[in-house]
Design a protein around this ligand. Structure first.
Ligand code: GLA
Ligand code: ZN
Length: 650
């Protein structure tokens, strides 16, 4: 088990290193991550490589017994490269080159960039292939983050046209037919006539825009895979390869699960709060991040950037309360993190991240945050073996990046946000402290008892049949709104009653739908008129065929069903026909976990309890996410308290 910090010796006078490393060892740390932004330090002039500084750093780290994760530095290329080869700079949708000065402002389709990135990566990894202290390589840094997944340059345009020519096997007629380019007279005679969806009047063709999203994912992932392959072919056998996933993973233009195939394990940067946020994201939203990363390879993961201090570039975020960052750390371990590095030992007092605070502030004193990290390392170390255990879940959330991109291309409702709609189904089960996997819809989901399927528009025949088989064989499926309306090309199904290939298993057809934007919330009422609720974002008007109506729209014009339940074969299928409120979804979740006998445990609002196997015993992570005193099983939980306890002791 590795525990440690992100350390930037290249930012500080060398005479600070001894004191820094003693402080890091004093935490109980045994690893540091270095180097992910240090390209210029290792190649100060084109083609002249100098690893002597990091040779000295690694000697020093080894003398302190610290292992190393080394970051390949392709997220921040040197100024001389941008000057010599401006084609490496990515371009925004107005064709403007992104200025040198931030980070990741490179184009994935720049041949020059790939050549230079490949060279520094190979040189670096080969130089340290026999270095026993370096046990892991991190490729680049947070691929696609901060808008770097999108580029509209000429190289990307040409590459996109080639991408389409391959996809349609050179048949421009097939592309026209698939896209429906007859509409608005957009028929193409040649692939080199096809635009990239830069700013235009009104909007581009939805099928083209989905292929453009797929091309962005292909561009980014092919770069990531090329770099990972270079690390793999040059590294030592004792060294592993990972990359670090940033937050906002559903807001990116690349398929993370596809990229994860290139890595030995995935690493995550856990920031429950960032920038100008007045409050952290919800406990369920934080937990979703861990469950998503665990699902990428169906495997436990590392955290290589765990928040300890307030974060922000130009605007600073919320200051974690005493114990709160420790509680977030323990939550990460609960959900499958096996090894953790904090960001960072000390915030840099110059440069763009002066306000991205670490364990030690600019006073260079070891204060309360230092003690908080020591407490985490002290408390978690006894459970190192238990953290390696597999997390088994009866519940899985299904997602599909094509579908997410389709929603980003056409939001349909101004209020739509995919992550919010996924959390609408996820949170009620998280509140019951159930284990939940978050996996691609392409994965085999037959082992689960319950599938949560948020806003899945794109359902083709194959997926429809798999979902129907899952339900008929006894599974429970919870769909939400706009389900099944599209085919794989991002076009609306024609000649089928919605929800298309899953209409039969849902036991209903959809009469029509309406966007509920700008805060509109429409009333719904239970079939027996005893309880009411609201619907926001969108409402589907459901006409049951075999389904039971649980709630209907409380509207004179639209008396159709809003929430239904259908017995299908040996299973049950719920359809949540809109952005239905949590009271109703909590009631449905509770009914499902009880009838399906899914492990769950009651806890006060804001208290999260996560059970892990430790050999033939169970340990419970108990987390108070609130600023209030709470109790759990008679134990008093101070605000933001967190602890691990053998289940039999509580
Ligand atoms: C991200 C990056 C780090 C740093 C931190 C600051 O996770 O990976 O380089 O920018 O955020 O919070
Ligand atoms: Zn480009």
């Amino acid at each position: 088990m590795y525990l440690g910090v992100d350390y930037y010796p290249d930012y500080w006078p060398e005479e600070l290193m001894e004191e820094d490393l003693d402080g890091i060892v004093g935490l109980g740390a045994n690893m540091v991550r270095i180097g992910e932004f240090a390209w210029h330090r290792m190649e100060p002039v084109d083609g002249q490589f100098d690893f002597s500084f990091f040779d000295g750093v690694i000697r020093k780290l080894k003398s302190k017994g610290l292992a190393v994760m080394f970051g390949t530095p392709t997220a921040t290329f040197p100024a001389w490269l941008a000057k010599k080869h401006p084609s490496v700079l990515s371009k925004d949708e107005y064709g403007r080159p992104r200025a040198f000065g931030g980070r990741r402002q490179y184009c994935f389709n720049s041949a020059e960039y790939r050549r230079y990135a490949a060279r520094i990566t190979a040189k670096l990894v080969r130089h340290y292939r026999d270095e026993s202290a370096i046990v892991a390589w991190q490729v680049d840094n947070e691929f696609g983050h901060e808008g770097s997944d999108m580029c509209y340059c000429e190289q990307c345009h040409t590459a996109f046209q080639r991408f389409l020519e391959r996809k349609f096997e050179g048949d421009i007629g097939a592309l026209n037919e698939t896209y429906g380019t007859i509409f608005w007279g957009q028929t193409y005679n040649r692939f080199d006539e096809i635009p990239i969806p830069t700013a235009t009047i009104t909007t581009h063709n939805p099928a083209l825009r989905l292929d453009w999203a797929r091309f962005r994912s292909y561009s980014l992932n092919s770069f990531a895979k090329e770099m990972a392959a270079i690390v793999r072919e040059n590294k030592g056998a004792h060294q592993t390869v990972t990359t670090n996933v940033s937050g906002g993973f559903f807001d990116k233009w690349f398929d993370h699960a596809e990229q994860a195939e290139a890595f030995d394990f995935m690493s995550y940067d856990n920031y429950p709060v960032w920038g100008g946020l007045a409050e952290p994201i919800t406990p369920a939203h934080i937990a979703l991040g861990h469950d998503f990363n665990r699902g990428l390879k169906d495997k436990n993961f590392w955290i290589v950037e765990e928040l300890m201090g307030a974060q922000g570039h130009d605007v600073i975020g919320y200051l974690p309360r005493p114990g709160q960052a420790k509680m977030w750390s323990m939550q990460a371990f609960a959900h499958g993190c096996t090894d953790m590095l904090y960001f960072c030992w000390r915030a840099m007092n110059r440069g763009a991240e002066q306000f991205c605070m670490g364990i030690v502030d600019h006073d260079n004193r070891r204060g309360s945050k230092y003690e908080e990290v020591r407490a985490v390392f002290r408390e978690i170390t006894p459970y190192g073996e238990a953290l390696q255990s597999e997390i088994r879940s009866d519940i899985a959330v299904l997602y599909d990046y094509d579908n997410i991109w389709s929603w980003r291309i056409q939001r349909q409702s101004e209020a739509f946000d995919f992550t919010k709609e996924l959390l609408r189904l996820y949170t009620p089960f998280h509140s019951l402290n159930c284990h939940i996997d978050v996996i691609p819809a392409t994965r085999d989901f037959s082992k689960y008892k319950v599938l949560l399927v948020p806003a899945l528009q794109i359902i083709d025949r194959e997926l429809g049949e798999r979902l129907a088989r899952f339900a008929s064989e006894g599974g429970t499926v919870v769909f939400s709104f706009r389900t099944g309306i599209r085919d794989r090309d991002n076009n609306l199904h024609f000649g089928m009653e919605m929800p298309g290939y899953v209409a039969d298993m849902c036991g209903l057809t959809i009469h029509a739908g309406e966007a509920l934007a700008n805060g509109r919330r429409e009333p719904i009422v239970s079939a027996d008129s005893t309880t009411s609720g609201v619907c926001e974002v969108w409402r589907d008007l459901l006409r049951p065929t075999t389904a039971e109506t649980l709630y209907r729209h409380d509207s004179v014009f639209f008396p159709e069903a809003a929430v239904t339940r259908n017995v299908y074969g040996n299973g049950v299928v719920y359809y949540i026909g809109g952005g239905v409120d949590s009271d109703i979804l909590n009631e449905i979740a509770r009914s499902i976990v009880k009838t399906r006998q899914i492990w769950h445990i009651e806890s006060e609002p804001g208290v999260e309890v996560y059970a892990r196997n430790a050999g033939n015993k169970q340990i419970w992570f108990v987390l108070n996410h609130t600023d209030k005193v709470r109790t759990f099983k008679g134990r008093r939980l101070e605000p933001y308290a967190s602890f691990v306890v053998p289940a039999e002791e509580i």
